[in-house]
Design a protein around this ligand. Structure first.
Ligand code: ADP
Ligand code: MG
Length: 586
């Protein structure tokens, strides 16, 4: 058993004992509030910490859950379990609609939109007669479990904390899964994730809905805990406070949510108790000091409390349990010599600049085509056109005979095009193995629910087996458990190649793979490329290392200022005076 498991068990044990001890009622109440807040903050870990989407509006979803429960219980006498289901349904529908509209926004527009909906729900709740306006609804009945009413706070504690633990464990499971990796990948832009076949918008909506559902469960508990609801706990100030909790705790970690909720709640109460005594006045100075403390915390502890705890815990190494997993099914490959990629008069204009000027090229199955040219010639732009990252100004592209122009990047990936990036795009905090497994995204199917319930383990083993296989082939399997961000530049490039190979592509696009590699590593890379070619893979290679290019390619296309200068075998290209002029400027 790992140390972490032991700590978790001890924590659960301590929780189970707490209400049995003769601690003051006040503590139990505090602990219950901390549990309620933790649920919301766990949602923010998914949404903000992992996916990078900032929401100030989670309190609105808490309100939806709370009001749905209170209203249905009071008006129709529905049992708590039915009101929970109803609250989750209402929240899911609301979050889907809101997410659909707002998650296409980026930058500061999304946080502003979250503020807007939070405000509007607050005033809506406060103005509806049926919901008792700003007085709210009172007299919510008790929750009973198997006919046993949870009469006091110590009983309620168990229900609440059981749900918190379940939510935390399920979220941890989700983060360590195919969908979890996809979710992490959307954090810094969507280009890489889409190139791995991730539908980034859907993944964002998923995180958004899950975070809202967690908030809704918190609201449901809140209604039965307080036995009264009114709009004030669901306003914008609580929305901001939830975000504070998540950030103070360490927004990237599930247990950080608990740490943040506990610290913020306890600090708030202690200040409320002590400040008036110290100052002799009750002027809400505690709120002022609280705000100031938060600013200091954000300035000097940006990663939050849990990051500091993590740094002291022994690093977890994934248990290698996939050695005997069955291999993933392989794609059918086109016959050697068949045209795989056919780009005809491809053009890209950025305003007045023609970055790619009617370039045509063909790649056949089992061939390595080099694409060379001085810096700024348009090679990377051509890659982006071929992979659907950029839209063509004009021209046609087909893959194995089917037109792919205008398809989104992830669809082109699904059809068998994998790539690396000139500037490495990865998840620096994840292990090399996890980064590479992301490349096999489209070869897995497990959704978020399967991951939360750990029904995806068989598939995960197959994905990791594939990832390790590709790392071995590229020759960097030794560092599979290392954090990707700690690798040397050259190794990161190799990792990207392994990740691309995990997709079982028919066409591999490599953008300067040898940059930063040592001589020996370059030779090893050349061997790998030759090996891939012999397996029938097609490769389009952009590279500045001429020895490597001349050594491994079958044909070369030379570009200059966006246009195709010439095309031929390595020997022909080397002998071409125009190429010499382009490179040497003479
Ligand atoms: P290469 O990879 O061959 O070095 P690039 O394809 O990166 O060249 O760039 C080709 C030209 O297009 C350069 O002049 C570059 O400045 C320009 N360019 C590339 N991307 C953009 C963009 N998104 N917006 C405007 N200009 C761009
Ligand atoms: Mg480039």
């Amino acid at each position: 058993m790992t140390l972490r498991r032991v700590v978790l068990l001890l924590f659960v044990l301590a929780l189970a004992l707490l209400p049995q001890l003769p601690v003051p009622e006040f503590w139990i109440t505090q602990a219950n509030y901390i549990g309620l807040y933790t649920l919301v903050a766990i949602g923010l870990v998914l949404l903000t910490g992992v996916a990078g989407l900032i929401s100030f509006g989670q309190s609105a979803f808490v309100g939806l859950g709370a009001y749905t429960a209170a209203y249905l219980a009071l008006k129709y006498g529905l049992s708590p379990w039915l009101t929970l289901a109803a609250g989750l349904a209402v929240t899911a529908v609301g979050a889907l609609i809101l997410g659909w509209v707002t998650l296409r926004m980026s930058g500061h527009y999304l946080p502003l939109a979250t503020i807007a909906w939070c405000l509007s729900l607050y005033y809506l709740l406060g103005n509806l007669d049926a919901l008792g306006k700003f007085d709210g609804l009172t007299g919510v009945p008790l929750v009973s479990i198997f006919g046993f009413p949870l009469e006091n706070r110590r009983h309620f504690f168990y229900l609440l904390w059981a749900l918190v633990i379940v939510a935390a464990v399920m979220t941890t499971h989700l983060l360590d899964s195919r969908m979890g990796r996809a979710l992490r990948a959307v954090r810094n832009g969507t280009t890489m994730a889409e190139a791995m076949g991730v539908d980034t918008f859907r993944v964002k909506v998923m995180a958004f809905v899950l975070a809202a559902l967690l908030a809704s469960v918190s609201g449901w508990l809140f209604a039965y805990f307080q036995r009264t609801v009114n709009p004030s706990p669901f306003g914008l100030n609580m929305g901001i406070e939830y975000l504070f909790m998540a950030v103070v705790g360490g927004v990237g970690h599930v247990w950080g949510a608990l740490a943040g909720a506990a610290v913020v709640k306890i600090l708030e109460d202690q200040l409320q108790q002590w400040m008036p005594r110290l100052l002799g006045v009750t002027n809400n100075y505690e709120t002022v000091l609280f705000g100031a403390l938060l600013v200091v915390a954000l300035r000097y502890g940006r990663d939050g409390l849990w990051a500091a705890v993590e740094a002291r815990l022994p690093r977890l190494q994934r248990r290698r349990d996939w050695a005997d997993a069955p291999p993933l099914p392989a794609r059918e490959r086109p016959a050697r010599g068949e045209v795989v990629l056919d780009a005809r008069a491809v053009r890209k204009q950025f305003g007045g600049l023609v970055a790619v000027n009617d370039v045509s090229l063909q790649v056949r199955a089992g061939e390595i085509l080099g694409l060379i040219g001085p810096n700024g010639a348009g090679k990377s732009t051509t890659f982006n056109l071929l992979t659907g990252v950029l839209r063509l100004s004009s021209g046609e592209i087909s893959l194995c005979g089917a037109p792919i122009r205008g398809l989104p990047s992830r669809e082109i990936a699904r059809r068998g095009v994998a790539r690396t990036f000139q500037h490495v795009k990865m998840l620096p905090g994840m292990t090399v193995l996890e980064n590479v497994a992301l490349g096999a995204h489209l070869r897995g199917h497990a959704g978020p629910l399967g991951a939360m319930l750990r029904l995806d383990r068989a598939e995960e083993r197959r994905l990791f087996r594939e990832a390790e296989l590709q790392l071995r082939r590229i020759g960097i399997a030794d560092c599979m458990h290392d954090q990707a961000g700690n690798l040397a530049m050259g190794q990161q490039r190799l990792m990207e190649i392994a990740r691309a190979l995990c997709a079982d592509p028919i066409l591999l696009l490599l953008d300067e793979p040898a940059a930063g590699l040592r001589h020996k590593e370059k030779q090893a890379l050349a061997d790998v490329l030759r090996q891939l070619r012999s397996e029938g893979l097609s490769i389009l290679l952009v590279e500045h290392d001429m020895d490597l290019v001349m050594d491994v390619t079958d044909r070369i296309v030379v570009m200059e200022f966006g246009t195709k200068l010439t095309e031929g075998t390595p020997a022909e290209v080397q002998a071409d005076p125009a190429v010499r002029t382009a490179y040497l400027g003479t």
